[in-house]
Structures are given as structure tokens and as C-alpha cells.
Write a protein that binds this ligand. Structure first.
Ligand SMILES: C[S@@+](CC[C@H](N)C(=O)[O-])C[C@H]1O[C@@H](n2cnc3c(N)ncnc32)[C@H](O)[C@@H]1O
Length: 291
């Protein structure tokens, strides 16, 4: 597999897919962001996402992931957030606008460019100013220099949350370790935690494939990333991986936000259909053990 900037850029279309699935939920600005994204796609004649991947089935998983991360971030009481691979998520806009959090979104340059444009359009349409505390940084989560650009917006005397959803499954074990080491280095300086849903477990991928035939293989083909090889066989393997990199782990199940999900109703899904895509997934809240 390639290991350069272009190879990461092949992951960008997955951000569209997540943005699409969030439109079936009540997550603020999801519809506005997706509509603006569609306009950009049309205007620039971007290649369409393969029809077989334009499906809403996994929406409750993405809604739960978003809502659980929100909940755990709020629980830390931190008001400085660095989101890696933020894609077309609305979290940065919501948290900077409604709570005045100092929020940095880091993603690859083509994404941050479009994201900024989208946020400006939404702000104009809805008659509000783009929050001054929302910042966009073009970079690569593998490079510490990209982190440094983001950190320049933060106050070292205050707590920091680093978060990401939907990034690590595209990275090899060595690449995941590199991102984790970058985060560890930052959290040794700042008082804070890493909140991530990216615990890529074999059983989650198997469930995704049951719900959408060959989903993981199709995403692997689209992105050029060997998602199955990047996975953890068991949760023990995942825990060992992060603990060996110097983190302590607090584990949360996606089921903690089951009652908050709205997409199952929109999509007329049964309780079992929702549990199938939600109950095996977890978020880890991690802290450096060496602090
Ligand atoms: C599945 S999307 C998730 C986006 C967003 N977190 C969400 O949940 O909507 C994956 C994102 O990872 C970003 N990405 C891929 N490789 C990256 C890297 N090395 N550094 C930073 N971002 C990366 C892509 O540009 C894309 O926005």
C-alpha cells in the first residue's frame, strides 16, 4: 500500500459518506453541511460516490459515535478541543458557536478548504458570524508539525481534549502508533485526554458487512486502504496496543447513547437492527500514564 499524502487523500470521499448518514439524525447543521457539500460537488464536477456506498443503513452507528463523543467531551469540562480528521462534521461549529469552545479542526488541505467555505456559507445563510474560536488547520495527523500548527491556538495552562472519529481504521498499525505517539507527546505538555471511537475491532467490521454486503471490501477498494489488515482482532489486542503506547484507558459503549438516537425512527429500523450496528462499538477516553 502507498504511504504518502495522495494515499491519504483517497480517504476523503469517506467523509462525504459519514456526512450523508448524519442527515438522518437530529445532529445540528448536518443537513446544511451535506447540502452545501453536494453543491460543491456539482460545481466542481467531482466524481460521484459509487451508488452501492450511498446507503443510509449504518446511520445509527455514525449518529451514536458522534453523540457519545460529544457527551464524553462535555464531561471533561475542557474548553479547548483539537479534532483530528474532522471531515464534514458539525461538532466544531456547534461547540465553538454555542459554548464558545476554542476549537481546532485538523484535516487534509482539500477538506479544510471546502469545510471553511461550507461553514462560511451556512453562517451567511443563517445570519450569524463564523465563531472566532473555530480554526481550520490543513495537515496530516501523522506529522507532529501539523499538531504544532493546531496547538498554537491553545492555552497550555488549560485542559485540552484531542478527539477523532473515523480516522484510525484507514491507518496501518504503524501509522496508528505514529498518531498515538503524536497525541501522547501533546498530552504530556497539556493537561488533557484523548477521546476516540477509532477502536477498529474485527467484530464491528463483520457486523458492517452483515448489514451492507461487502461494505468493508468496497470501502477498502475506494480508499486503497486495507481496512481488514488494519483491524484489531479483539478488544484485548486494542487495549494492549494503546496501553503499550503509554495510555490508560476508560472504556465506553456506544449503547450509552442508544436512547438519544433519532435516525432509527427516521429510517424505520427495529431495535435489533440498531443494536447490530451499535452494541459492539466503543469509545476510549485515554490519558498518558507517564504524567
Ligand atoms: C471517515 S472520514 C471521517 C470524517 C469525520 N471525522 C466524520 O466523522 O465525519 C475520514 C477523514 O479522515 C481524513 N484523513 C485521512 N487521512 C488523514 C491524515 N493522515 N491526517 C488527517 N486527516 C486524514 C479524511 O480527509 C477524512 O476527512
Amino acid at each position: 500500500m502507498e504511504n504518502n499524502q495522495d494515499s491519504f487523500e483517497k480517504v476523503i470521499p469517506t467523509a462525504w459518506m459519514v456526512a450523508y448518514r448524519r442527515t438522518f439524525s437530529d445532529i445540528p447543521y448536518s443537513i446544511e453541511i451535506f447540502e452545501a457539500l453536494e453543491e460543491i460537488k456539482k460545481k466542481n464536477n467531482y466524481e460521484d460516490i459509487p451508488a452501492e456506498l450511498k446507503k443510509p443503513q449504518l446511520a445509527p452507528q455514525f449518529e451514536a459515535r458522534h453523540k457519545l463523543l460529544d457527551k464524553l467531551i462535555y464531561q471533561t469540562n475542557a474548553e479547548q478541543i483539537l479534532e483530528l480528521a474532522a471531515g464534514f462534521s458539525s461538532r466544531g461549529l456547534s461547540m465553538s458557536k454555542d459554548y464558545k469552545f476554542n476549537y481546532v479542526e485538523l484535516d487534509l488541505a482539500p477538506v479544510t478548504k471546502e469545510k471553511q467555505q461550507i461553514i462560511q456559507e451556512i453562517a451567511k445563510e443563517k445570519w450569524f458570524e463564523v465563531p472566532e474560536s473555530l480554526h481550520f488547520v490543513s495537515g496530516n495527523a501523522m506529522d507532529f508539525e501539523s499538531f504544532e500548527k493546531g496547538l498554537s491556538y491553545f492555552d497550555k495552562t488549560k485542559p485540552l481534549v484531542i478527539t477523532n472519529e473515523g480516522l484510525l481504521r484507514y491507518l496501518t498499525k504503524d501509522e496508528k502508533a505514529k498518531v498515538a505517539q503524536n497525541i501522547h507527546k501533546v498530552l504530556e505538555e497539556f493537561n488533557g485526554v484523548w477521546v476516540t471511537s477509532d477502536i477498529s475491532l474485527r467484530k464491528i467490521f463483520s457486523k458492517e458487512n452483515e448489514v451492507m454486503k461487502d461494505h468493508v471490501e468496497k470501502i477498502s477498494k475506494l480508499t486503497g486502504k486495507d481496512i481488514f489488515s488494519n483491524r484489531f482482532e479483539t478488544e484485548e489486542e486494542a487495549k494492549d496496543f494503546f496501553e503499550n503506547l503509554g495510555f490508560s484507558i476508560e472504556r465506553h459503549s456506544f449503547m450509552e447513547v442508544y436512547d438519544d438516537l433519532t435516525s432509527p425512527k427516521t429510517l424505520h429500523l427495529s431495535e435489533q437492527q440498531v443494536k447490530d450496528v451499535v452494541e459492539d462499538a466503543v469509545v476510549y477516553v485515554m490519558k498518558p500514564t507517564t504524567k
